[in-house]
Design a protein. Sequence first.
Length: 179
Amino acid sequence: MLTLESQTAGSMPLLAGARHRLHCRRGCGRDHRPGGFRPGNSIIEMSVVLPVILFMVMGIVEFGQYFYIRNAFEAAARDVARASCLSTAVQTDPVTRATATLAQANVTFNPSWMTIVDASNNNAIVNDVSAIAIGHQLIVTIETQYNLIPNAYRPLYALTGKGIGNGRMCMGQCTMIKE
């Protein structure tokens, strides 16, 4: 049997950690890394990395929400243009269509966001779609600032006061010809 004095690596005696590694079967619970186990390192590393990762995730969520709402505005403009181009269209059809389409994206529609223009009539703003002549070109625009949209989930803005799309316009536009 080897004694502690007889265990040497070359001509130098082995240190206590090296002696332990010689006889251990990896079931002892001790850390076998060269620097040893340092329990405070993981807490410090987590406190540095976690905020960065959380801000990145919140930015991704807000960025995705912004583009989701922009896509919903495009779909609402397209639905309003389709409803307005029909010969059976009445004055309430555009607001009804925009409200229904944006409600699917959890956005509460405000009629002041929508503008319908008759491009064939010197870009005259239209108040009643039933008064537009057949064959005229309609341009439907739905736009507002992103930070004025109710129900928009903005985690980065809530924490920092700044965020992706803050103050930017969300706009959907579609052009069709009256049937």
